[in-house]
Design a protein around this ligand. Sequence first.
Ligand SMILES: NC(=O)c1ccc[n+]([C@@H]2O[C@H](COP(=O)([O-])OP(=O)(O)OC[C@H]3O[C@@H](n4cnc5c(N)ncnc54)[C@H](OP(=O)(O)O)[C@@H]3O)[C@@H](O)[C@H]2O)c1
Length: 281
Amino acid sequence: MPRTWFITGANRGLGRAFTVAALGRGDHVVATARDPKSMAGLADDRLTVLPLDVRDRDRVIATVNEAFEVNGTIDVIVNNAGYGLVGAIEELTEAEIRDQMDTNFYGALWVSQAAVPHLRERKSGHIVQISTVGAVGSLPLFGMYNASKWALEGFSASLADELRPLGISVTLAQMGGFDTDWAKSSMKFGSGLPAYEALRTAILGMPDYPDPSAPPPQADVEPEWVEAAPEAAAAGLLELVNMPNPPVRKVIGPGAHQMVAMALDQRRQDYLTDPEFTWPA
Ligand SMILES: NC(=O)c1ccc[n+]([C@@H]2O[C@H](COP(=O)([O-])OP(=O)(O)OC[C@H]3O[C@@H](n4cnc5c(N)ncnc54)[C@H](OP(=O)(O)O)[C@@H]3O)[C@@H](O)[C@H]2O)c1
């Protein structure tokens, strides 16, 4: 049976790959993008493009309502829009932090809130939150990105329990690294303090954050590590939405399972330093 999808941030990267994959299996897609013109290359009878900046709660509610009206129903909601803010906690401004939360956390929250009444009425549907292995562990300089996705995970796990009895699924898709603009043009950086130079070198391979006004560096060597193609993420998402009983958490991406295992083990090791903490046999 063809499905109908609602996907945020559908014009680039993973969102675009999800849109192409859903159209490719004969489904209908309501794809949202801040700039709908950036979707021009994907014109298709089964594709509806709506403008949406997920930080605008009123527009989110109106756009979700419109999406349900256009198609009669939506089966799969994908909260994908997001970006990474990089900087040590003390290096980031209030505006930078609020924008990260407005996009990655509140954006997905507003879409979810707007969609739930429609899904409840139909007693079906699947909300997929595009999360990250960085919402299981954390990385220095990525604290606010981690926080935004941990917050996404916190409310979504509760939402999953609230909606399961009503016939609606919620899944946190914990993605590994994929070759999109996430770590390139989309990434935003704080103002570097000298105190974190060594950390920047260790984590990012550079003593300073890149200058956003400078042209992108020309790579003259093959990168040591090549991220997976966004199409692989789309294949993982299709597998997920085809599951009869989708899990609350689904790890997607090469290497991602090991990263989750390492993060969980790190947490366990922390707890094991507390003699009162014993693991069940
Ligand atoms: N790539 C990875 O390795 C990776 C790993 C884990 C999780 N993720 C998550 O995957 C999601 C998609 O990222 P990506 O890798 O595809 O990166 P990307 O290529 O940079 O695409 C990001 C998308 O999000 C949109 N977006 C950003 N802010 C928005 C806003 N305020 N309102 C609406 N749309 C907005 C962008 O739209 P514009 O074109 O208008 O900027 C773009 O379509 C993000 O939530 C990211 O955190 C990615």
